[in-house]
Design a protein around this ligand. Structure first.
Ligand code: DLL
Length: 430
């Protein structure tokens, strides 16, 4: 099913024309209304009217999270607050949160875009959708909530926490679609197994995940344990929230809503734009945001883009699952370590969960890497020898696959799970 065939299946040429028109209008609006952009453009002696082709966007300056922090809270809004009807903020994967605002039109577009990704994930008006993201400043819950309502699904705004109640509601209200972080889906699966419940007896058939990486082995595990079909969804609060990109049933990349965002991939070191297919940092320019337009926003997420059409019929570019973040690449003894590599290793080891925390330190000038990993309940009470076997196995894989020496510490189930929100995966004490 495709929610908005007109845009999702648009001819590439027509899409490029639409993007150019919207880009010209966005650049003009930010130049007129946001002093940050006026100063930046003037500094580089560029005028928004000079933009003749999409390629010209490369000549415009990048916007970093730090720029938003310096304009905290409303400095980069392009409209006065009286035109703003909603305010959200980023969960702040790293550092202080940033603020974003929406006009009525922005909210309308947002619902349309989340309806697209929900539809691509298989959700229809016949579904009962349980949303386990936190309702609050985080964009995840409200964004997907309105999209699901627009589709006509029955929405259960559960919010986070209280796993026992989540499962009870899921059972009694006959939830068919779960909206959550992938790690919370695994936690629900484990809870049900520990309680002797068979997830097969639920009405659940779909999982719409996002907000954090969901590597392929993790998706498979969730699908097998909960008996569902799961799709990965990407979004960034600053540019909108969920609804930026989402997988279709082919699960072959996340369709990026290019009529609302222009994606570019840059080399995070040289900041040069890379050719299609190359891996690098995703940069997004908003094309329809009124309250909070952003030009060339550095997401810090590492991915690549595929502009070939998908067999589902959509022509929108597909971004690969996020590999990691350019600012959370941990450089240990000169080796780049992506948290997603750590996840892939853990998914292959029997008896452990893909929930971990990496602690980097420096002892007498030498970098040290400790990885805390949660084990399954049944393994935790096992003999010491078995636990030692597991940690040696992970340590060996670290040496072989990533090329660094890590000290692995196995910890109790659920001890690393935050009560709400996203887990802090990296603690750098250097
Ligand atoms: O997490 C928006 C969202 C909510 C998307 C719910 C999908 C579903 P922020 O809190 O601003 O917004 O965090 C954005 O989270 O830059 C990525 O690093 C990470 N992220 C979000 N979705 C994914 C994903 C929301 N599917 C930051 N895979 C982004 C990997 C993701 N990382």
């Amino acid at each position: 099913m495709i929610w908005d065939r007109r845009y999702e299946c648009m001819e590439r040429e027509e899409m490029a024309q639409l993007q150019l028109e919207r880009l010209q209008s966005t650049l003009n609006r930010v130049y007129r209304n946001v002093s940050f952009y006026k100063k930046r453009f003037d500094g580089l002696k560029i005028l928004p009217d000079e933009i003749q082709s999409l390629k010209d966007l490369e000549g415009f300056p990048l916007t970093a999270k730090e720029d938003l922090r310096q304009s905290y809270p409303y400095g980069m809004f392009a409209l006065p607050l009286r035109d703003v009807v909603r305010i959200h903020s980023s969960s702040g994967v790293t550092g202080k949160p940033t603020v974003t605002g929406y006009t009525r039109n922005d909210l309308h577009h947002w619902s349309q875009l989340t309806a697209r990704v929900l539809t691509a994930g298989g959700i229809t008006k016949d579904d009962v959708v349980q949303i386990t993201f936190k309702y609050g400043l985080f964009t995840g819950a409200f964004g997907l909530h309105h999209g699901a309502e627009l589709i006509g699904a029955s929405v259960i705004p559960m919010s986070t926490g209280n796993t026992a109640k989540q499962v009870l509601i899921m059972q009694d209200y006959k939830t068919t679609a779960l909206v959550s972080t992938p790690s919370y889906a695994l936690l629900l699966a484990r809870y049900m197994e520990a309680e002797g419940m068979d997830p097969k007896n639920l009405s659940l058939k779909l999982g719409l995940f996002g907000g954090e990486p969901c590597p392929e082995p993790m998706r498979r595990e969730i699908e097998e344990r909960l008996f569902i079909r799961a799709t990965d969804n990407y979004g960034v609060s600053e540019v909108m929230g969920p609804g930026v990109a989402g997988e279709c049933e082919r699960k072959n990349g996340l369709h990026l809503n290019e009529d609302h965002f222009i994606p570019e991939i840059i080399d995070p070191q040289t900041l040069k734009v890379l050719p299609p297919g190359a891996e690098g940092e995703l940069v997004l320019t908003t094309l329809s945001r009124e309250a909070f337009p952003l030009v060339r926003y550095r997401t810090r997420d590492i991915t690549s883009l595929d502009f070939s059409p998908c067999s589902c019929g959509r022509t929108l570019a597909r971004m690969k699952k996020v590999l990691g973040r350019s600012d959370d690449i941990i450089i240990v003894k000169g080796v780049n370590v992506f948290p997603s590599q750590v996840e892939s290793i853990l998914m292959e080891v029997e008896g452990v969960e893909p929930r971990y925390q990496i602690i980097v330190d420096r002892v007498e000038g030498v970098d040290t890497l400790e990885v805390r990993v949660e084990v399954h309940e049944r393994v935790f009470s096992d003999e010491i020898k078995n636990l030692q076997n597991i940690s040696s196995k992970i340590e060996r894989k670290f040496r072989e696959i990533i090329g660094v020496t890590a000290k692995v510490k196995l910890v109790a189930p659920e001890s690393l799970q935050p009560r709400e929100g996203k887990a802090q995966k990296v603690v750098d004490r250097r």
